[in-house]
Design a protein around this ligand. Structure first.
Ligand SMILES: [Zn+2]
Length: 312
């Protein structure tokens, strides 16, 4: 099988470079190249204060522009080809949480000028725009604030893809009402397969599809398998990943499935230790019912479709 090109909807490499000095990097440019990763959302997190947005943005540019990383910022759909021709990996700017954006949306506009192309409204916290899904404990029953609904409209008007990953359920449904364009869940799995508040219910999966969006399969053991602790993640296999892909494709079609690995931000199962594992994953999926055409959609085609509809 010809290699499947990947656009990864979520990596935490920037965050990890900045704050976790002990970390052995998973999503290095060399590993990405070996796994045919063409581009990724390089998230800025946490950006819940204006000062952090400024600081992390500076760091983001210094990382992406450093010649030793071999990256090129992707601001438009045409940039994917430009990066490939130059032999570079595309870096897409993404905020994981919008708390640092002011009420007048000046910082959002500045972000758009800097090439911001994806926006999670919250992380696992609450901010003035809405409520995130807590990893544990009772969930808030409140959704987006009025300002949060306006944020959805403003972001979409500025060509920024709205991202519902990390939102709690009421906030998710408020995005559905406010969104005029497709939106994504950049890194979330199926709740019917693994019951975790970070994953999406079948009704939510259908709503993403109805708007033309995508759901990026998250490789975190916590979101893939409720029983991961019994094997410390070793029991999480390609078959577990396939269960989530099968489920989302069954509910909403293969055109709704994408990749959002969460590399460098979470505990990844041994079968997917770094992006060099992608060819083996796609080989497994190809041998178990998915055509090359399906795998190209999952790997990059579906996200590209959303970018064409939302970045303009
Ligand atoms: Zn996340």
């Amino acid at each position: 099988m010809e290699p499947v090109t990947v656009i990864d909807g979520h990596i935490d490499t920037i965050l990890t470079t900045k704050i976790r000095f002990y970390h052995k990097f998973e999503s290095t440019p060399a590993n990405m190249r070996a796994g045919n990763v063409q581009a990724a959302f390089y998230s800025l997190c946490p950006v819940n204060k204006p000062m952090l947005v400024t600081k992390f943005t500076e760091f983001w540019f210094s990382y992406v522009r450093s010649p030793r990383h071999g990256l090129m910022q992707v601001r438009s759909v045409d940039d994917f080809d430009r990066a490939r021709k130059e032999g570079k990996i595309g870096a897409i700017m993404h905020y994981e949480g919008a708390g640092g954006i002011d009420d007048e949306f000046k910082r959002l506009e500045e972000g758009a000028r800097q090439g911001l192309r994806g926006l999670c409204i919250t992380w696992a916290d609450t901010n003035k725009f809405g409520h995130g899904a807590k990893f544990k404990g009772e969930q808030s029953r409140e959704g987006l604030t009025e300002l949060g609904k306006e944020l959805v409209a403003r972001a979409q008007a500025l060509g920024i893809t709205v991202d519902v990953s990390h939102l709690n359920d009421p906030s998710f449904w408020d995005v559905v009402s406010a969104a005029k364009k497709p939106f994504i869940a950049s890194h979330s799995d199926a709740r019917a397969v693994c019951n975790h508040p970070r994953n999406l219910t079948d009704d939510q999966i259908k709503a993403v599809k109805e708007k033309g969006g995508t759901i990026g399969i998250n490789f975190s053991v916590k979101f893939l398998d409720e029983g991961w602790k019994t094997t410390n993640g070793k029991g999480v296999t390609f078959a577990t990943i396939k269960k989530h892909i099968d489920h989302i494709a069954g509910v909403a079609g293969v055109e709704t499935v994408a990749i959002g690995s969460d590399y460098d931000g979470t505990k990844i199962p041994p079968c997917l230790q770094t992006p060099t594992s992608y060819p083996a994953l796609f080989k497994y999926l190809g041998e178990n019912g998915y055509s090359k055409h399906d795998l190209d959609k999952i790997g990059h085609g579906n996200l590209l479709r959303v970018f064409k509809a939302t970045w303009a």
